[in-house]
Design a protein around this ligand. Structure first.
Ligand code: PRP
Ligand code: URA
Length: 209
């Protein structure tokens, strides 16, 4: 299952973050803002519990989040989305998956993982701005499931039909939320039109920036 968050406010920011002229400072700010919009939608059906709160006038029936949230950025580019989610749900815990895509094979190479114990019974939110071939996301979900996670959602900024199909086939129980489903992958497995190399653009490591 996947959900395209096509609200005009998100699409407006997406237009700016895609722009080759957008530098790393603005790129990071936009990644934070877009992530918050997508996360807002992705957590719409999260488990809540009823609580009573005393207002100055009476008792009010309210609802508070009733699950441990574990945000899991895929290093390195996923870190660019972390601040946005933690602003929205400050009590969330954070786990990490270290992966990079081998430049030749385009296959994900794992180099790090660290998860809080709440990964098992909580709701895990995998974040990575780019879901391209889907290989990195599939491996991150594999790692979480191996730890015992059962409630997992994925939030990305840009994806494409090929990558979505790979993730949905490997993990049909995991919904993917995105701000854009682009056209195709080029020969280097970059999303087109996409926004280029998200890690480089976030952290200012490209020559052009
Ligand atoms: C990028 C991106 C994803 C991955 C997507 O990371 O942030 O993790 O590629 O590709 P896939 O869907 O085809 O697996 P990259 O390998 O560039 O590493 P970085 O975040 O360290 O820059
Ligand atoms: N990684 C990126 O940063 N961008 C893409 O388009 C594909 C993989």
């Amino acid at each position: 299952m996947h959900v395209l968050v096509d609200h005009p406010c998100v699409q407006h920011k997406l237009a700016i973050i895609r722009d080759v002229e957008t530098g790393h400072k603005k790129f990071r700010e936009l990644a934070t803002e877009i992530t918050q919009f997508i996360c807002y939608e992705a957590l719409k059906n999260i488990q809540v519990k009823e609580v009573e709160v005393r207002t100055p006038l009476a008792l009010a029936k309210c609802h508070t989040i009733d699950t441990d949230l574990v945000v899991v950025p895929i290093l390195r580019a996923g870190v660019g989305m972390l601040e946005g989610i933690l602003e929205l749900v400050p009590s969330a815990r954070v786990g990490f998956v270290g992966l990079y895509r081998d430049e030749e094979t385009k296959q994900p190479v794992t180099y790090y993982d660290r998860f809080p114990p709440q990964t098992v019974n909580g709701t895990c939110i995998v974040i990575d701005p780019m879901l391209a071939t889907g290989g990195s996301t599939v491996v991150a979900i594999d790692m979480l499931k191996k730890q015992g996670a059962s409630e997992i959602i994925v939030i990305c900024i840009v994806t494409c039909p090929e990558g979505l199909a790979v993730v949905e086939s490997a993990h049909p129980d995991v919904p993917v939320y995105a701000a854009a489903i682009d056209d195709y992958l080029d020969d280097d497995k970059y999303i087109v039109p996409g926004l280029g190399d998200a890690g480089d653009r976030l952290f200012g490591t490209s020559h052009a920036d």
